[in-house]
Ligand binder design. Sequence first.
Ligand SMILES: [Zn+2]
Length: 476
Amino acid sequence: MRIYNTATRQVEEFATYVPGLARGYVCGITPYDHMHVGHGRVYALFDMFRRYLESRGYEVRLAINFTDVDDKIINRAREEFGSEAYRRWRDVAERYIAEFFELAGRLFIKPAHAYPRVTENIEDMVSWIARLVERGHAYVAPDGSVYFEVSKVPGYGSLSGQKIEELVAGARVEPEPGKRNPLDFALWKSWSPGEPWWPSPWCPGRPGWHLECVVMSAKYLGVPFDFHGGGADLVFPHHENEIAIARAYFGVESLARYWIHVGYVTVRGEKMSKSFGNVVPLRDVLARHSGEALRLAYAMSHYRKPMEFSFELLERAEDIVRTLYAAYDELSQALADAGDADREALEYEKYVEGFRAALEDDFSTPEAAQHLYGLARYIISTVLHRVDRISRETAMSILSKYVEMADVLGVLERRRVPRELDDAIKAAVEVRARLRQERHYPLADYIRQRLASIGVELHDFGPRTYYTYRRRPPAS
Ligand SMILES: [Zn+2]
């Protein structure tokens, strides 16, 4: 597979440090407000990336953090709780972390392997800072804050492709009293009244954002790891600073080998952001549309390009998802009509190969989605009409390849059986087979009907019974 690496500004062959294992870190949310469609895009795209790696046989280890203490959280708590904020800021973080899990579930995003939180890793962060100070990469300001000294690491600016002079000239860096250089950034922020704090050798306070992600990614994945991802707005200063810290601390060239960034979501051409007042909450979209339709809409834009969001786009995606289900449902039903031998050759492989080739080439989900949709239409227009002219093996193979493609994009998720349910269904199928053997047909049929009422369809195939499953869409 080839993938664009922001660090080298090139499409590169994807190879992991440990063969067969892909370790990745995606910067998570700062839980202070509702997630919007732009957040959903980042996590859905990395979920598809992870699923594709898994389909290629990789074991994937993925960490997504929560920046669960931050100025934005504290400010939000002050708005809501006034003078109680210093005791209740955690309520804000917990509320939006809970929303993250709820909405990620409705978007069928597979759970990460670790969800490290800043507040659970502060001791590690303090010891990192102590070491950086000791080695002369960081200095303590008069108020007890600790700053990272950017000029002490080679190659600062390499990720964002900017020279130090240009960065200094840019207005994007806030000068703060006590900094030696405007590009230096806080590793430890001194405490102000009313804010949460933790003890440190320098002053009570809390860690800085850039340091947090380096410490957590290093702790959960090891350094260097394979890919580091996030939204495109994190390239500078966040990821640039993460790399600088890792260079200083470990002496490595980079924290991660591939830096992968997902583009913005726009509405009528404007970037979705609070300052433009055009934010579409993820919750509102998922109240009107299935998680699969939104995933498909995400897949229809290349991850590096801006994605123009609209509800018309969602309507179109919803139509396509209906077609995808129709192909799946009807081909599952038609399996029983397949013959014993292939009397005709069907040309479905080109969709399977096209799908894979698209993802191999810088993860082109728009083309991949077209091949999936192409195969769905081919199933409906051709395979279903000729199913009696192909063997059961071929029919099963078409269905399973189709399902594998859909599973990478995560767009036929309501046919996936939760693991606990799978055992229960298999037990019911087994009992039904016994009943049929003993000619208790009414009872066997009753089991079939009851399973159908919860979305499980049985397909008898000679002595074997397969089942397909279709969950009802989650209530909004
Ligand atoms: Zn981060």
